[in-house]
Design a binder for this molecule. Structure first.
Ligand code: NAD
Ligand code: ZN
Ligand code: ZN
Length: 343
């Protein structure tokens, strides 16, 4: 049990304004919850969208963002039986779901209309302490490096689930569009799943990172016609396309990059929309699908890939005091892999 009553945290007081790093009261775990002393948290582009107010549904007031937090349980609330002080756990975007709605009952808990989102509808891991729900906290595998494993909690599970939804078989082509925090682990999951990878980005250093993880074809969208390049390299388009890019133009291009009967999976969430060629989608029988993080089971599987040494997020450590500068680097596309804040 920790005796601290205050903690350092980065807070969004006003959407679009810089975050304020300040002292907050350490939260008290309610029934079914645990208090976690954080060791590390990844900084996802979603945290930037949240702080900017980029999406139609705004986050909670005075938000502490962060949904890739890893830490140790230091106290448990009433009735908690499956977590104990000392356990290494994480939070996630799917902070909790109701368990009783149609979507929860059908095993689609990420679509629960009553879900809480970590670092969006409830405070997250951009503070020295956070709360988790005992039923939804990620169990971090034995021997994991808290810094390296943090990005698996959102980036990892999101792309792992997205790749499953792309329905690409071993030996078939997948395009990973956007080689940032999500995309650089997507390349690794895809290779581990036996897929052949085309990496697409606006920056050559990102493409080089993808090549190091096994991408066979590299396409810089700022040079020439990226769709034609993918279609040619894959002999007619990729069987699946996973879009993690933070620009709407990548979404229309993804449809053009998809092979007949293939699937384009959208996980990137830049504000805005894009024009789509209806004829292309219909005549080529393409499936276009949105995918939101993953269920607890997906997360367990995504963590297991990490535990077996099949994926290694590229991480740079930083401090929470620098959060506004970290966001600037993320927005400018100047982050290799993921920045992970350590406490
Ligand atoms: P990031 O900033 O680390 O990476 C984004 C990448 O997109 C960068 O490498 C950038 O160079 C690249 N890019 C920019 N414009 C491009 C273009 N036109 N074509 C191809 N690539 C382009 O961001 P991230 O943390 O990886 O998050 C990516 C997106 O995914 C964000 O919008 C985030 O909110 C979203 N996200 C969604 C889910 C989900 O469950 N659906 C989960 C996590 C993150
Ligand atoms: Zn995220
Ligand atoms: Zn539900």
């Amino acid at each position: 049990m920790s005796d601290a009553t205050t903690m350092k945290a980065a807070v969004v007081h006003q959407l679009g304004a810089p975050l304020s790093v300040e002292s907050l009261e350490v939260p008290v775990p309610g029934p079914g919850q645990a208090l976690v002393e954080n060791l590390a948290t990844g900084v996802c582009h979603t945290d930037l969208h949240a702080a900017r107010g980029d999406w139609p549904v705004p986050p909670k007031a005075d938000l502490v963002p962060g949904h890739e937090g890893v830490g140790r349980v230091v106290a448990v609330g009433e009735g908690v039986t499956t977590l104990a002080v000392g356990d290494l756990v994480g939070n996630a975007w799917l902070w909790s779901a109701c368990g009783v709605c149609e979507f929860c009952r059908k095993g689609m808990e990420t679509l629960c209309p009553n879900a809480q989102y970590g670092g969006y509808t409830i405070n997250g891991s951009f503070g020295e302490y956070m709360l988790v729900d005992e039923k939804f906290a990620a169990r971090i595998p034995q021997g994991a490096d808290p810094v390296e494993v943090a990005p698996v909690l959102c980036a990892g599970v999101t792309v792992y689930k997205g790749l499953k939804q792309a329905e690409v078989r071993p030996g078939e082509w997948v395009v990973i569009s956007g080689i940032g925090g999500l995309g650089h682990v997507a390349v690794q999951y895809a290779v581990a799943m036996g897929m052949r990878v085309v990496a697409v980005d606006v920056a050559n250093d990102k493409l080089e990172l993808a090549a190091r993880f096994g991408a066979e074809v590299l396409v810089n969208v700022t040079e020439g016609d990226p769709v034609a390049k993918v279609v040619e390299a894959t002999g007619g388009g990729a069987h699946g396309v996973l879009v993690t890019a933070v620009h709407p133009s990548a979404f229309g291009q993804a449809i053009g990059m998809t092979r007949r009967a293939g699937t384009a999976v959208f996980v990137g969430l830049p504000p805005g929309d894009f024009p789509a060629a209806i004829f292309d989608i219909v005549l080529r029988g393409i499936t276009v699908r949105g995918s939101l993080v993953g269920t607890r089971q997906d997360l367990e599987e995504a963590l297991d890939f990490y535990a077996r040494g099949l994926i290694h997020p590229t991480v740079t450590e930083d401090r929470i005091e620098n959060i506004n500068e970290i966001f600037e680097r993320l927005e400018a596309g100047k982050v290799d892999g993921r920045i992970v804040v350590t406490y």
